[in-house]
Design a protein around this ligand. Structure first.
Ligand code: NAD
Length: 491
């Protein structure tokens, strides 16, 4: 387990010597003490990233040359996949098979962007047809520069990959700040990158708190772009900081995503996807489908099966075989989620199952998966992101009502619909005001497809070719190609 900062190709102690304690959420034991960077460390990291970008030639390498490093990072992650996944479980609490999936996905993300980096070399020049034949013009793509990437704790390595891989592929250099709760696998990523011989300064990892290390990154005048995944309130701060010196900014924020189930859906399939949509990763998923709308004709039967299956989920330490629900990430998160359930009860909601600590767990931030019904539409439980294993289920009568309820949110990250009628699912998919729509499923995520939200769920798109474009500027190059003088001032 690493504990130092990774700056300019070296492992260094923070200048002011600060530390953060890392706790295993399954046992509440300290597993590591890591470095807490301050503005001084961030400044050194930004200088290194600047030099790597402006002088050392990272953006001048061909896409194929950069791709070699990305593929080597992917291979390095795969070599240590099981160890990194285990570390993710210790740090975040998620069940091992989920962590293993994330780590494989992170490696896949580096390979995917290696492919896009190679394609940058072979892209034909985009010529622009002009109405004046004395000029030719073309548009070229160039890397934005130094990127400050700030990520949350729910998918620690994967969120790092979603930002670092496209940024490096584009030719940018990066300062990555992982969440203070879960920095261990980002440090492993630095170790893997270091072993590939990645030039110094191209990737820097600074651990520490959001208010100190994170704030120093977003305030730094020499950072060209901020790429953020996290909560709405911090997203607003990041946008405000970006506004000061017109930094480029992309934000992936929270959600309160709906899942509409029509009466022709197979109830077993619906229950499976509803559970996957809210209990995977203990519901600490930005795109979790936490508001389930079920046609009244199947509501009672579906709810009964949902409660029955939810009560069977095996809860425990993510390293134990067969565990499908681990602890929440931290004491604070546990307290926030249980407070949200209490508030829902007080607002009139019924707890159909869960809502309490599972029996036999004295230590660890464990919470039984929870199904809420009769949730008032104006209550926080229906409106606000809970970010835990808590789903609200409600009946609807008509498609029109379902769409209205689904879209009645300030968020617009994801939405799901289930029905055997393909015309209906397409119609509903098009009516959803959300950046990601799932038909007959919820949550499957592919590196190739765009990811991001409408409304308060964010700005910009990650993943796929859109993820690469996040880190590219467009430059117009226009040439005067005739021998005839321009003849405006000098005739
Ligand atoms: P958070 O916003 O509290 O923290 C995210 C990151 O921002 C952390 O690294 C934190 O240290 C940093 N940070 C905090 N204050 C900062 C500041 N003033 N300046 C700079 N950085 C600062 O979010 P969280 O609690 O870690 O994550 C949960 C939230 O993330 C949820 O709302 C969830 O929906 C969202 N999320 C969204 C996506 C998505 O793709 N849309 C994915 C995962 C999580």
């Amino acid at each position: 387990m690493r504990s130092e900062l990774y700056i300019d190709g070296k492992w260094v102690k923070p200048i002011k010597g600060g530390t953060c304690i890392v706790t295993n959420p399954a046992t509440e034991e300290t597993i590591q003490t890591i470095s807490a960077a301050t503005a001084e460390d961030v400044n050194v990291a930004v200088k290194a990233a600047r030099r790597a970008f402006d002088k050392d030639g990272w953006p001048k390498l061909s896409g194929a040359q950069r791709a070699k490093y990305l593929r080597a990072i992917a291979a390095g992650i795969r070599v240590r996949q099981a160890d990194i996944a285990r570390l993710e479980v210790l740090d975040n609490g998620k069940p091992f098979p989920e962590a293993d999936w994330d780590v494989a996905d992170a490696a896949g993300c580096f390979d995917f962007y290696a492919g896009l980096a190679e394609q940058l070399d072979n892209k034909p020049e985009e010529t622009i047809s002009l109405p004046d034949d004395r000029f030719t013009s073309k548009a070229v793509k160039e890397p934005i520069g130094v990127v400050g990437a700030i990520i949350p704790w729910n998918y620690p390595l994967l969120m790092a990959a979603w930002k670092v891989a496209p940024a490096l592929a584009a030719g940018c250099t990066v300062i990555l700040k992982p969440a203070e709760l879960t920095s261990l696998t980002a440090l492993e990523l630095a170790a893997v990158a270091d072993e590939t011989g990645l030039p110094a300064g191209v990737l820097n990892i600074v651990t520490g708190s959001g208010s100190v290390a994170g704030q120093a990154i977003i305030d730094h005048r020499q950072v060209d772009k901020l790429a953020f995944t996290g909560s709405g309130p911090v997203g607003s701060k990041i946008m405000a900081a970006a506004a000061r010196d017109i930094k480029r900014v992309s934000l992936e924020l929270g959600g309160k995503s709906p899942f509409v189930v029509f009466d022709d859906a197979d109830i077993e399939e619906a229950v499976e996807w509803i559970m996957f949509g809210i209990f995977w990763n203990q519901g600490q998923v930005c795109s979790a489908t936490s508001r389930v709308l079920v046609h009244e004709a199947i509501y009672d039967r579906l709810l009964a099966r949902l409660v029955e299956e939810t009560n069977k989920i095996k809860i425990g330490n993510g390293l134990e075989d067969g565990v499908l629900l681990g602890p929440l990430v931290s004491k604070r998160q546990y307290e926030q989620v249980t407070a949200a359930i209490d508030a829902a009860r007080k607002a009139g909601a019924t707890v159909a199952c869960g809502g309490t600590r599972p029996e036999g767990f004295d230590k660890g931030y464990y919470l039984r998966p929870t199904v809420l019904t009769d949730v008032p539409l104006d209550s926080d439980a229906w409106v606000e992101e809970i970010f835990g294993p808590v789903v609200c289920v409600k009946a609807f009568k008509t498609e029109e009502e379902a769409i209205e309820l689904a879209n009645d949110s300030r968020f617009g990250l994801a939405a799901a619909v289930m029905s055997k009628d393909d015309v209906r699912t397409e119609r509903v998919a098009s009516a959803f005001r959300a950046g990601i729509v799932w038909i007959n499923c919820s949550q499957p995520t592919f590196t190739e497809a765009p990811w991001g939200g409408y409304k308060e769920s964010g700005i910009g798109r990650e993943l796929g070719r859109w993820g690469l474009e996040n880190y590219l500027e467009t430059k117009q190059i226009t040439k005067y190609v005739t021998d005839n003088p321009w003849g405006w001032y000098i005739r």
